[in-house]
Design a protein around this ligand. Structure first.
Ligand code: G3P
Ligand code: CA
Length: 260
């Protein structure tokens, strides 16, 4: 007997390039996100922080030295906190060379550049707002910048996420038309309240069960998982019913979906 798998549609799971696609390019850069789009990602996840002059830039750490050449350019400015530099100063930095000489000259992007990339046909955006005392008022600035650039994201895939659930709720109030997602591991007893403002939850894949996912779905929310890079794990998470997978290897999520 010839065993064939029943024909199934490719699963509708967001393929989200973690930090823009940190496996194949320098994290939190436009170049990495462009490459991720070519590899099948339909969204890029970026981390949003604030400069000394209140501009919004995409970088994961609170400091610039791991992912840029700031120590060479400003040797006297330790500990090189993002919040201590103006955008003009940050524009002089190279955020690509540490990863590979092929990315020499790639800058720390602004939020506006990421929106431009999406508006020009690039992947959608999952923006993680990094709340800390170093980023005061960041939600208001994000809301203003998104409102001013509505033409770039209107009708496209734009989602905001954060660890600070109160701030997520505030973002929802400021930007009711943009879906917001909480990062964490809510208990079942917290789901009803969350569903009052959040469109989904980003949580670790460890410990995730189909039962938990269906209970989140019952409340009308989506389930995104944090970074999964191996194909068997990606396959299992899709079978469990997740709605989006963050990955440093978007080509792998794409290939698992294609062969589903
Ligand atoms: O789960 C949230 C996702 O963005 C991973 O976190 O540390 O890479 O910003 P991180
Ligand atoms: Ca992040």
């Amino acid at each position: 007997i010839l065993m064939t798998r029943p024909a199934q549609a490719a699963p509708n799971v967001d393929n989200i390039a973690h930090r823009g696609g940190a496996g194949y390019g320098p994290e939190n850069t436009i170049a990495a996100c462009v490459l991720s789009g070519k590899q099948g990602a339909n969204m890029c996840e970026f981390d949003v922080q604030q400069t000394n002059d209140g501009e919004l830039v995409l970088i994961h750490d609170q400091t610039l030295n791991r992912t840029t050449n700031v120590e060479d350019v400003y040797p006297e400015r330790a500990p090189w906190r993002v919040a201590d530099f103006t955008l003009e100063e940050i524009r002089r930095l190279d955020a690509g060379s540490w990863f590979s000489s092929r990315y020499q000259g790639e800058g720390v992007p602004t939020l506006k550049q990421a929106l431009d990339n999406m508006g020009g046909g690039g992947p959608g955006l999952l923006l993680e707002i990094k709340h800390s005392p170093l980023n005061p008022g960041i939600d208001r600035r994000v809301a203003t910048e998104l409102q001013e650039n509505r033409s770039l994201w209107g009708g496209k895939r734009l989602v905001l996420q954060a660890f600070d659930w109160k701030a997520v709720r505030a973002l929802h109030r400021m930007l009711p038309e943009v879906p917001v997602v909480v990062i964490g591991k809510p208990g079942l007893g917290q789901l009803d309240e969350l569903s009052g403002y959040a469109k989904g939850i980003t949580l670790p894949h460890s410990g995730l069960t189909p039962d938990y996912i269906s209970k989140v779905h019952d409340r009308g929310m989506r389930v995104y998982t944090s970074t999964a890079n191996r194909r068997p794990l990606i396959r299992r998470l899709i079978a469990y019913g997740v709605d989006g997978i963050m990955t440093n290897r978007p080509d792998r999520v794409w290939s698992v979906k294609r062969r589903w």
